[in-house]
Write a protein that binds this ligand. Structure first.
Ligand code: ADP
Ligand code: MG
Length: 320
């Protein structure tokens, strides 16, 4: 099915209806008109997904749609912000109405879940690439910044780690991908409610996209501290434990990417407040270590026996 760019935009506009009263003007003019609530800072994040780089080319379009918005909402969550609006820039190899409908199904499902209005974008012809920008609000005094970690803070992580990287590992190996792991790769859950609940309680926060050790190292560098984590305390799903054990699992959990969980620090005395915030947000969290004075390495990992542990590589690897 082929159609032209204007038909595509019309298809998008028809599905982008919103009841948000702060959208004074959405899709259809030269730009959107949006009303920011008084006393709040506008929070803006943007992320691009390129076919063959950020997702396997055979990923279903509905999953690509979901993920394109999810990775952006995850960035707002890591700031403690409330999402409100988004824009969508699409580069498409051809004007395929069926593809766009499936893509929008995933994208708009997540948008509706978070009451995010799609208020504009751009549509061009080119290699498949999706770029979304999300806008939200936060009281600047409650924003969760990378530079805010302090010595003595506990380090926490939400959900479980390593599932998405495990799915990619199975995909790379040409093995059957476990559906539970695949769901975590294709449909990550942005921890928006948790990020909001942590405002005023947690200190530093980051979302885990490149792998826990690499992302926590960003927090440590920005804060001028180091972190000591217990690699055997990292939360693992049952399905990950069933498919991977020992060092392979540790590696996926500490250095695999695409988790989109929140890693945050908070004073040890705030432990109860942190646990209450997580309960209210309905998210499982785990204390995985502590912030220590700056040492040579930004993040030191130890196993359950206290022996120093290093992954083969840190950070996200291209799967292409
Ligand atoms: P312009 O030439 O002014 O950029 P466009 O034809 O690119 O106009 O866009 C027309 C309207 O459609 C604008 O309001 C724009 O924000 C919206 N739009 C275009 N592409 C998308 C898209 N992929 N998603 C959402 N809105 C879009
Ligand atoms: Mg345009």
């Amino acid at each position: 099915v082929s159609t032209n760019e204007f038909d595509l935009i019309e298809r998008i506009r028809r599905r982008a209806t919103t009841t948000r009263e702060d959208v004074l003007l959405g899709i259809g003019d030269d730009a959107a008109l949006l009303e920011v609530p008084a006393g709040h800072a506008l929070v803006v994040a943007t992320d691009t997904l390129n076919a063959g780089v950020h997702f396997p080319v055979e990923t279903p379009p509905a999953d690509i749609g979901w993920k394109a918005l999810a990775v952006n909402l995850s960035d707002l969550a890591a700031m403690g912000a409330t999402p409100a609006w988004c824009t969508l820039s699409l580069s498409l190899p051809d004007a395929d109405a069926e593809w766009i409908d499936a893509f929008l199904e995933g994208f708009m499902r997540l948008a509706v879940l978070h009451d995010v209005a799609l208020v504009g974008g751009d549509t061009t012809r080119g290699p498949l690439s999706i770029s979304a920008t999300v806008h939200g609000f936060v009281d600047p005094a409650r924003a969760l910044r990378r530079a805010a970690a302090r010595e003595g803070d506990l380090v926490w992580v939400s959900g479980t780690l390593g599932d998405a990287a495990a799915a990619l590992e199975q995909w790379r190996a040409g093995a059957l991908i476990d559906p539970g792991l695949r769901e975590r790769l294709d449909r990550p859950t942005p921890r928006v409610a948790l990020g909001r609940a942590l405002g005023g309680i947690a200190r530093a926060c980051i979302d885990v996209s490149d792998g826990l050790l690499a992302d926590l190292a960003h927090v440590c560098a920005a804060s001028g501290v180091s972190a000591q984590i217990d690699v055997d305390a990292l939360p693992a799903s049952d399905v990950l434990c069933a498919e991977f054990g020992g060092d392979a699992r540790r590696h996926l959990q500490s250095a695999g990417g695409d988790d989109y969980e929140l890693c945050f620090t908070a004073p040890a005395a705030a432990r109860e407040a942190v646990e209450t915030a997580a309960r209210n947000a309905d998210v499982y969290i785990t204390a995985i270590g502590r912030i220590v004075p700056r040492t040579a390495g930004p993040v030191m990992a130890r196993d359950a026996h206290g022996a120093e542990w290093m992954p083969g590589t840190t950070g996200w690897r291209h799967f292409a």
